[in-house]
Design a protein around this ligand. Structure first.
Ligand code: ZN
Length: 582
């Protein structure tokens, strides 16, 4: 990734939360041109996008103690980019200090990101459960998600304590939360791991195969869901707190020796509470270069003190093959599969035992709850508009399209958004995208794609051609940004290499547009969104200049016309149609 790209694209987000946090994130987050400190020179970097981060254990309302300490450290060692707080940020007693930060009388000396409540008393401090600014420079991240810096640094987070209750209290997470976080991240085919994972509780069993964990018996304490999460997300650093002690575990491996190729190691660090009398460590400083910028060999280098993965049940099981991983992953995600099954209309009998569904099996698309216009198997589908059918996806002319070759890429099964798609479906979507792009190119047209995951039930990727003579890609981008601004819609630029799946969260509404350069503009829909926005911008004077067509209902065509257009499209598309090749 080049530096210009880094500098032009600021920061992008996340699943839940952080919406308001972005702008604040910008000034400090991306550190360019900072000299390398000795620790990091060993990384032998070709670039210097190195992050200097601080992690902190339970603050428990001792804000002055913490921030004075941070000021002292910054004075001595130079500025850090971010302070990440895990555990209880607020104390159990009312706190006059907090009022001073809240009113702005005092200010945190560093961008500070905190996890949410771990008990009922603390819930009141977090006005928006999905993440919000708590005070100047202090942001609550949200219940769960990932935030990604422009450099690609990924920090995954999960707030609260483990709960088995349904519905879970507002200060807890359940296996469903863990699964959606896993699914969102792992759905990208090149997923290697995240840079940092923040949780409040320790993962259960983290002490297995490791150095002694002091007073904490990790076989009994901690959350097993967090162990699953850590095993799956493979963070390079995992921070936790709540046990009032400091424990830095020896680094552990994420791969099975002799069976899998080497992967990076994980360092688990539990931090003590701020200002504790035993002088246990509560603040941890580290430098990190994002995983995706690291040289592969350097990334997977195994330190001499590396241990076995603590979350694999036993060395024996690990050696016997898939068993280890599968049995670890299953309990958390089994729940997820069950849930999606129950939402389905038809509940097929699987012998009455949900355990018979193997997590290795590709996910079956969920069934629509009612009639669907886009499920290929559904009688409502206007089959005469279909122009190509693949294994997982199909291509159809848009009804009342902006032009004769305005098409939709749709999954054959009932998926709501790209975030829900399994890897095979995503791969085929990409194939269709590239085939349509080539077709348009051969006709002297640019390709613009948009998706609105809001008040829609079945994923529709709208692909609209814009004649090259009309305008440049830059003009299209400009038109989207300007018209969004006019309607108070915040469009964020996403770097080319990022997928929507990394940015949106299953179930959370969004809109994005993708340009022929691969650039994307993303908007996370909060409350409402103009349903025809994408189409309106493309129809506007700035682009296609057919404002009268901005509503598809104003573009009726007879069935015969539609059939003729579909025939024509099929003919033109044939040389590019991978689905018809054999
Ligand atoms: Zn459908």
């Amino acid at each position: 990734m080049n530096l210009d790209a880094v500098m032009n694209n600021n920061i992008y987000m996340v699943f839940e939360g952080l919406h308001s946090a972005f702008q604040m994130l910008l000034p400090n987050y991306v550190t360019l041109g900072k000299s390398l400190n000795p620790h990091c020179l060993t990384l032998n970097l070709g670039t210097n996008i190195l992050h200097q981060l601080l992690a902190c254990g339970d603050v428990e309302g001792k804000f002055d103690v913490l921030f004075n300490r941070v000021r002292a450290i910054q004075k001595k060692s130079g500025n850090f980019d971010l302070l990440l707080c895990v555990g209880d940020f607020f104390g159990s007693t009312p706190n006059a200090e907090w009022e001073e930060y809240k009113t702005g009388a005092k200010k945190a000396p560093i961008q500070t990101y905190v996890l949410g409540a771990n008990n009922q008393e603390a819930v009141k401090y977090f006005p928006d459960i999905d993440g919000c600014e708590l005070a100047e420079n202090i942001t609550y991240l949200g219940r769960k998600g990932v935030f990604t810096g422009a450099s690609g640094l990924q920090i995954a987070y999960l707030s609260g304590t483990e709960s088995l209750a349904q519905p879970s209290p507002p200060y807890s997470f359940t296996s469903k939360d863990v699964c959606s976080l896993q699914a969102a991240l792992r759905s990208t085919s090149q997923f290697k791991g995240v840079d940092v994972l923040l949780t409040s509780p320790w993962p259960k069993g983290v002490g297995n195969f490791g150095n002694a964990s002091g007073d904490v018996d990790t076989k009994k304490h901690g959350s097993s869901l967090i162990s699953h999460l850590a095993m799956d997300l493979k963070p390079r650093y995992h921070f936790a707190a709540l046990e009032k002690t400091y424990y830095e575990r020896l680094p552990y491996r994420n791969h099975i020796v002799l069976q899998e190729s080497a992967q990076h190691v994980t360092r688990f660090i539990a931090l003590a509470n701020v200002g504790n009398t035993e002088k246990r460590k509560y603040l941890y400083a580290f430098s990190i270069l994002p995983l995706n910028l690291m040289d592969g060999a350097e990334l997977v280098k195994q330190p001499p003190d590396v241990t076995e993965n603590p979350y694999r049940k036993s060395g024996k099981e690990a050696l016997s093959g898939k068993q280890g991983l599968a049995s670890q992953e299953e309990p958390a995600c089994q729940f997820f599969f069950d849930l999606s099954k129950k939402q389905g209309k038809k509940r097929q009998s699987t012998g009455g035992d949900s355990k018979s569904i193997s997590p290795k099996q590709p996910r079956k698309p969920p069934q629509p709850l009612g009639p669907c216009w886009f499920c290929l198997a559904s009688p409502e589908v206007e089959k005469h508009l279909v122009v190509s059918i693949g294994t997982h996806c199909y291509l159809a002319l848009a009804k009342g399209g902006l032009s004769d070759d305005h098409v939709l890429i749709l999954p054959i099964g009932h998926y709501q958004s790209v975030v829900d798609l399994s890897r095979e479906v995503v791969e085929e979507v990409e194939k269709y995208k590239s085939a349509v792009r080539q077709l348009f190119k051969s006709k002297g047209k640019r390709y613009v794609l948009f998706e609105r995951n809001y008040r829609s039930h079945h994923l529709q990727l709208q692909v609209v051609p814009v004649p090259l003579s009309c305008c440049t890609t830059e003009d299209i981008k400009e038109a989207f940004i300007t018209q969004a601004q006019e309607q108070q819609i915040e469009l964020l630029e996403i770097p080319e290499h990022s997928d929507i799946q990394q940015i949106a969260q299953p179930g959370a509404p969004y809109f994005y547009v993708e340009l022929d350069t691969g650039e994307k503009l993303f908007h996370r829909i909060k409350k409402s969104f103009p349903l025809h926005f994408g189409r309106e911008v493309l129809a506007s004077e700035a682009i296609l200049n057919i404002p009268e067509k901005s509503d598809w209902k104003q573009c009726p065509r007879s069935r015969e016309e539609e059939e003729a257009l579909a025939r024509l499209f099929r003919k033109h598309f044939q040389p590019f149609d991978f689905a018809q090749e054999d």
